[in-house]
Ligand binder design. Structure first.
Ligand SMILES: Nc1ncnc2c1ncn2[C@@H]1O[C@H](COP(=O)(O)OP(=O)(O)O)[C@@H](O)[C@H]1O
Ligand SMILES: [Mg+2]
Length: 375
């Protein structure tokens, strides 16, 4: 196994948010050093990394110098520009490959890939102009959701269209960026499958996690999801198919809509650990972050077995509206774990941290985590 990047080596990560922070903590526990690259200083990842390189993603000399100093480059920020990933690849292996980042950075490319792979997605139509949008609305019907093709997250850049005469205003709201129109899915639930693929093609997954959103932002995740085993098996098979078709080395999350008539539709992909998988830190033998470390270093993947049922609740900046929340109250329940990401400014909608509760059942864990968050 000469391909292994052994503990003691230095790993590089592009992007410096909470996903990088939790990746870094997993890597350092295993004896790796971690260097992080992003435009931000004193970032959530930089605070816990061995070195924080602060430079613009398009400063390709700085990018190459960074990549030369590490054994492998991975990422946590999805919108790393393609030339940045390519510059890294000149100096070190990039895992997952930059081509996967490129694909998932654009909803139209991503959906086209999924549809061509025979995987079920909501009906969609490109919407770059008013003419496209009008055609799309005629084809898909109402209601429909208009999304910016690139740079959307946490529901930003999305618009629900319920009336044909909203088309003109909707296209203006895109501000000349490319758009994608999708059928609005009146789903029963939302769910995700976080999965990993090793350098040798091995596959591991965390089953189906149920996700509850508020204002298009993930609010609570529950695992294992209480859904029929057939549906869970189908979702996992789809995730396996995505990781294999993309030849992923690393972690990738598939987000699903579970429809009222018992179908799984793929909503979107994230080629990295996912907010819904944060509960694997406490609930599973191997967390999604350790799995990312193992995969990108060519190590065998770890067991994804759940030790207990778990629930995760996000802590958004809104919770700070009356000052710092009462963390002692949140910690008062012995099965609840507090994670804060080291972000200074608690803006509304900003992910500042999360709580995970373990329980005998998913309902029990959910109740604990909500009690803890309510303070
Ligand atoms: N076609 C759709 N039908 C119904 N709800 C949708 C649709 N697309 C998105 N949503 C809702 O908005 C949330 C965020 O949308 P998503 O496409 O996942 O974008 P992002 O997470 O990148 O902001 C979804 O989790 C879902 O709750
Ligand atoms: Mg999403």
């Amino acid at each position: 196994m000469s391909h292994i990047i052994p503990p003691g080596s230095t790993l590089g990560i592009l992007g410096s948010g909470q996903l990088g922070r939790m990746f870094t903590r997993a890597a350092r526990r295993m004896g790796y050093r971690v260097h992080v690259f992003s435009p931000e200083h004193d970032s959530p990842t930089g605070q816990v990394a061995d070195a924080e390189v602060v430079a613009a993603y398009d400063d390709l000399d700085a990018v190459r110098a960074f990549a030369r100093g590490v054994s492998v480059v991975t990422f946590e920020f999805e919108n790393v520009p393609a030339p940045t990933a390519a510059a890294c690849a000149e100096c070190a292996p990039v895992r997952p490959a930059g081509s996967i980042l490129h694909l998932t950075q654009n909803r139209l490319r991503e959906k086209t890939f999924l549809a061509n792979a025979g995987l079920p997605v909501a009906p969609f139509h490109p919407a770059h102009s008013l003419a496209d949008l009008t055609e799309g609305l005629q084809r898909l019907g109402l209601p429909a959701v208009l999304k910016t093709a690139a740079f959307g997250y946490d529901g930003k850049g999305q618009l629900l269209i319920t009336n044909y005469n909203e088309a003109e205003a909707a296209i203006k709201s895109l501000n000349h960026s490319d758009g994608l129109l999708e059928t609005f899915i009146d789903f029963d639930r939302e769910a995700s499958v976080v999965a990993a693929r090793g350098l040798d093609g091995s596959f591991a997954h965390y089953g189906v996690i149920e996700n509850l959103h508020r204002h298009h932002i993930l609010d609570v995740s529950l695992a294992p999801a209480l859904i029929p085993p057939r549906l869970a098996a189908e979702a996992v098979d789809m995730a396996r198919c995505v990781l294999e078709k993309l030849d992923v080395v690393g972690v990738l999350c598939v987000e699903f809509f579970l429809t009222r008539d018992g179908q799984c539709l793929i909503n979107e992909l994230a080629p990295r650990p996912h907010n819904s998988g944060h509960l694997t830190i406490e609930a599973c033998v191997t967390s999604q972050f350790e799995q990312q470390v193992r995969a990108v270093c060519g190590l065998p993947l770890g067991s994804t077995e759940y030790l207990r049922a778990a629930a995760m609740a996000n802590l958004l900046g809104d919770l700070w509206s009356d000052g710092e929340p009462d963390w002692a109250a949140a910690c008062a329940l012995p099965d609840v774990k507090l994670h804060l990401y080291g972000k200074r400014e608690p803006r509304p909608g900003r992910k500042m941290g999360h709580l995970t509760a373990l329980g005998a059942t998913v309902e029990d864990a959910q109740q604990k985590v909500l009690t803890a968050r309510a303070g």
